[in-house]
Design a protein around this ligand. Sequence first.
Ligand SMILES: Nc1ncnc2c1ncn2[C@@H]1O[C@H](COP(=O)(O)OP(=O)(O)OP(=O)(O)O)[C@@H](O)[C@H]1O
Length: 267
Amino acid sequence: MGDGNTVVEVSHVHLGYGNGRDQGATIVNDANFSIRQGEKFVIIGPSGCGKTTLLKAIGGFLKPQQGEILVKNKPVKAPGPDRAFVFQDFEQLFAWRTVLNNIVYALQVTRRISKPAAIEKARFYLDLVDVAAAADKYPHMLSGGMKQRAALARALALEPDILMMDEPFGALDAITRSQLQAELNDIWKRTGVTIILVTHSIQEAVFLGHRVLVMSSSPAQIREIVDTSHVDDFGSDTFADISSHLRSLLIRQKATADRVSQLSAVE
Ligand SMILES: Nc1ncnc2c1ncn2[C@@H]1O[C@H](COP(=O)(O)OP(=O)(O)OP(=O)(O)O)[C@@H](O)[C@H]1O
């Protein structure tokens, strides 16, 4: 499955939340795909199907029940700074440190670089995500959009192999959200970082993704991986066609899930 450009390889992975010998129910069933270096890979699926669970496993926070996940050809055993996370939650930064010191601290802990070098790098990434003016502010002094920019700067400053994003723009207003989507594309053009993005928004998936993995619901399986790399314009026919294909995949699943729950209710 993988080639020289593969950065993540997920091979026949089953995921669930167990304890000790009890592996728990399977939530993600036989996931099998790979992600290329520099790819923007998006995961969508019905609510609660296991998108975050899959991200956690690639991040090293959850061990597969079966199968194997490789990052840069090495089995994932634990989290590491090669996989940096940005979440939906606005409160990802340490409240008692300034924005700059949040990043400096992360760099000193994970990359063990000198303080002056960490400050220089932190300022570079704050500038890249257009939040340099907030460097000396504390998180509670920032808007939601600025907090997400600061969290993004912190993740990018680690210079990870993979930027893992779980609904990063989900709690933002529509205008800030579309600004940050466009900026994420610009940042990707400048850094070439591999991005794995979980989203509920079909539009966001098509706009940002090179490929979109559609998950089915419980236990989740990969429904389809859709190539969206050739879609360049929000208003184009291709954009509309691919969006409607993704929507139909999701709606079909919802209809099936509703039928199953109706049957269970009758039984
Ligand atoms: N720590 C945990 N322990 C046990 N079960 C969990 C845990 N975290 C999540 N789950 C369960 O795993 C399933 C998948 O959850 P997950 O958060 O991965 O879904 P999701 O697709 O990301 O959901 P959403 O779209 O609503 O954010 C859900 O049934 C959830 O209740």
